[in-house]
Design a protein around this ligand. Structure first.
Ligand code: ADP
Ligand code: ZN
Length: 729
């Protein structure tokens, strides 16, 4: 049983304000529980906080202020408190910032909002009309149940004023009911599919894990279309049957709609949703119902990990390799790793699902830390796509063209058969570079060291770093020449232009994140494509993620070499994953699919591994290389990004940090840098990067904390530490 603090007892309250400790307050009238969400005075303001433990008592009792009130929410459980503490220790994030992640439901302090509901009253109306009769009939059909005004008006086919009138006469009863209502119950036995043999084996294993009531992580590796979703929904079913809560994390909001439909087919009702597209009122309902146990299943984005579950029994991380699970600003955390941490604290199971797992998860399974289940064939009649290279050195293309004659004729063949083709290019916008043909000047962002990308759809040049946009100039900003600015290189919009010329009879659909104003518009477009509303789909990596396009039989990758340039540690891994995922979009139904990769280096080991499909060989080779270099997952990395408006200031600090590295040397870690970050200026701030490399198994975080604490950040200087960095921007 959690501690209860009587009125006047000192309690330590952690607030979301950037202070370095919890502050003492007196428990309010009526006392409060450990973990209670409270409102406390802080200077002239009232702020949100949580009763974190007993007060420290190192302050004059008479001057300690009282908690203002306890909010109407279930107290934070010990499990969530230790999760926040340990996640904060891991990511070197102060606790108030962690608490902010766990209280992202605006209006938590508000009184529960109410709405009016109606039931049958005791008296007859003096004068009966048709409309009135219909209302009373609907209510009497409902037995004792109540309806909202909207539901009642719609079912009875009347205006709200008819209902109001009846309420005045007492013929219907008007009541206030809380708006934050529980979610409909999900039925674990509602609509299960008959599973194929390998699916059934995997599902049984997952069910047993959930039923054990203990912590465990499983890597569910299944080729695209093998039915991973069907299989992990069985684990969800077991979790619901156990009376515990389940969370399914998806990497992309655009995927939720399709997933919710599948949940409804499987469990007979819709789950709670948690992501940036959910309204404020609904967020509060979800937050409260999760704490109260009125939500059994949450489908959401990475931040759903910080919700106040009453009894979390299962976390599924779908497409676990996806980079969007890593939050790269504010609190730097990887939702995949934090899911494992939280599950280990609350005795829950984790399912990491992917066709192309991260090397981290592959290595954890290899080392026996995770169990591993494999689904090696597609469900039913559909087979994996055949993959081939198009050797671009042998193709003749006019300038400013990117679709090779070979790819063109393959697309035409699909169009003639009434099948869909996809052209994939992982570059947003029209052209990545705008250059002056007179002086060679390239148009760059005024605030960043980045080139402006032309977006014809928006009719602007856009900086992909800071979002700055400018109208495309008519004269060169450098030499003043007129009509000399030229677009160089392709983006999806330009590819669409080329496709329209090559295939004038085809209906094109372009899928790129900036072409859609809302998640809903994007979702509608995706549904339209799935139903055959387009012949050629042109897209960025948005299309690589999990969508089901049954008519699609050909995927053409315009530039398979794109991800292999650059020096990123994960370039090979990312290219491998992306190409296999994109190819996996083809041939999901009965007709077999083909993926064609346009490449200038068909003999590159990564391209060869992609084509041969020798995944274990690829992972093994990649693992050997990382192990030899002491790189993750066989060594540890931390990135440090320093920034300031003053370039000298950042380099001075960076140099001082590189010199005063004793705390790091003590654990056998090395510092590299300072070096200008790959994008050396963003939003007018100069950026310098250091990289810390440590052996696996040392206490890296305490050493980093001690090292960083030696330096004072004055004025404009900022320091961000990124544990296990995924990108090196
Ligand atoms: P993955 O997540 O591995 O890509 P899905 O779970 O989306 O695969 O399954 C691919 C397709 O096959 C979906 O349309 C799904 O409904 C269907 N499917 C998979 N398993 C079964 C099954 N046992 N019975 C019926 N349909 C299935
Ligand atoms: Zn910029």
């Amino acid at each position: 049983m959690d501690a209860f603090y009587d009125e006047g007892t000192l309690v330590a309250v952690l607030t979301t304000q950037p202070l370095d400790r919890a502050l003492d307050y007196k428990a309010p009238e009526g006392g409060c529980w450990q973990g209670a969400y409270v409102e406390v005075p802080l200077g002239p303001r009232k702020v949100l906080g949580v009763v974190w433990g007993p007060g420290q008592g190192d302050f004059d009792y008479a001057r300690v202020r009282s908690v203002i009130r306890v909010l109407d929410a279930a107290p934070m459980r010990d499990e969530l408190r230790s999760f926040l503490e340990r996640a904060g220790d891991y990511t070197l994030t102060p606790l108030p910032a962690m608490l902010r992640l766990a209280t992202r439901a605006p209006g938590l302090g508000d009184a529960p909002s109410m709405r009016k509901i109606y039931r049958l009253g005791d008296s007859e109306p003096e004068r009966m009309t048709d409309a009135r009769r219909r209302v009373l009939e609907v209510l009497s059909d409902m037995g004792g149940l109540a309806l909202t005004q909207g539901e009642l008006a719609e079912t009875a086919g009347v205006t709200p004023s008819v209902i109001k009138g009846l309420a005045k006469m007492g013929a219907v009863r008007e009541e206030e009911a809380p708006r934050d209502t529980p979610f409909p119950r999900l039925d674990p036995d509602y609509g299960g599919k008959a599973l194929a043999d390998d699916q059934a084996v995997a599902a049984q294993d997952l069910r047993a894990g959930v039923a054990s009531g203990r912590y465990g992580t499983v890597l569910l590796k299944g080729v695209t279309g093998s039915g991973k979703t069907e299989v992990y929904l069985e684990a969800v079913a077991e979790c619901l049957a156990q009376g515990r809560q389940a969370l399914v994390l998806l990497p992309e909001i655009a995927l939720t709609a399709e997933f919710l439909t599948r949940v409804e087919a499987r469990f007979g009702a819709r789950p709670a949703e948690w992501h940036s597209g959910v309204t404020v009122t609904e967020r509060r309902r979800v937050w409260k119902q999760i704490a109260a146990g009125g939500a059994q299943l949450v489908v959401g984005a990475r931040s759903a990990l910080f919700l106040p579950y009453r009894d979390l029994g299962l976390v599924v991380v779908d497409e676990e390799h996806d980079t969007s699970y890593k939050q790269d600003e504010g609190v730097f955390y990887n939702a995949r790793d934090m899911a494992v941490l939280r599950a280990s604290i609350c005795a829950a199971q984790v399912v990491l699902a992917s066709a192309t797992p991260s090397l981290e998860s592959w290595a954890n399974a290899d080392a026996g830390k995770y169990r591993r289940l494999d689904l090696t064939s597609r469900f039913g009649a559909s087979v994996l796509p055949e993959m081939r290279a198009i050797d671009m050195r042998a193709e003749t293309l006019p300038s400013n063209r990117w679709v090779s004659p070979s790819l063109q004729s393959e697309v035409l063949a699909r169009l003639q058969k009434g099948e869909q083709a996809m052209l994939f290019l992982n570059r947003r916008g029209y052209a990545p570079v705008t250059i002056c043909r007179a002086c060679g000047h390239q148009i760059g962002c005024p605030h960043c060291d980045a080139r402006m990308v032309e977006h014809r759809f928006l009719q602007r040049l856009v900086c992909h770093q800071c979002g700055e946009t400018i109208a495309k100039p008519e004269t060169c900003p450098s030499c003043g020449a007129e009509d000399k600015l030229a677009a160089v290189g392709p983006g999806v919009e330009r590819l669409a232009e080329e496709a329209a010329e090559l295939f004038p009879q085809a209906r094109l659909a372009v899928l790129s994140s900036d072409l859609f104003g809302s998640a809903r518009a994007l979702k509608e477009e995706i549904e339209k494509i799935a139903q055959g509303g387009a012949d050629i789909v042109i897209g960025t990596q948005l299309v690589a993620k999990g969508h089901n396009f049954p008519l699609l039989t050909l995927v053409g990758v315009i530039d398979a070499d794109l991800g292999l340039q650059g020096s990123d540690l994960r370039a090979a891994e990312r290219t491998f994953q992306l190409m296999r995922q994109v190819a996996g979009r083809a041939g999901r139904a009965e007709k077999p699919g083909v993926a064609l990769l346009q490449t200038y280096q068909p003999e590159h080991p990564v391209i060869r591994a992609i084509l041969s499909g020798d995944e274990e060989g690829f992972w093994q080779a990649e693992a050997d290389e990382r192990r030899a270099a002491g790189m993750p997952p066989y060594g540890r990395l931390a990135g440090v990004i320093l920034s300031s408006t003053e370039v000298q200031e950042v380099f001075d600090l960076g140099n001082a940090m590189a010199r005063q590295d004793a705390p790091l040397r003590r654990i056998g870690a090395q510092v590299y840098g300072p070096a200008p970050a790959p994008i050396a200026r963003v939003r007018g701030r100069h950026r310098v990067r250091l990289l810390v490399k440590a052996p696996k198994g040392v206490a890296l975080q305490p050493a980093l904390a001690e090292w960083a604490a030696q330096f004072r950040l004055r004025g404009e200087l900022r320091m961000a530490i990124d544990i296990d960095p995924q990108s090196f921007f």
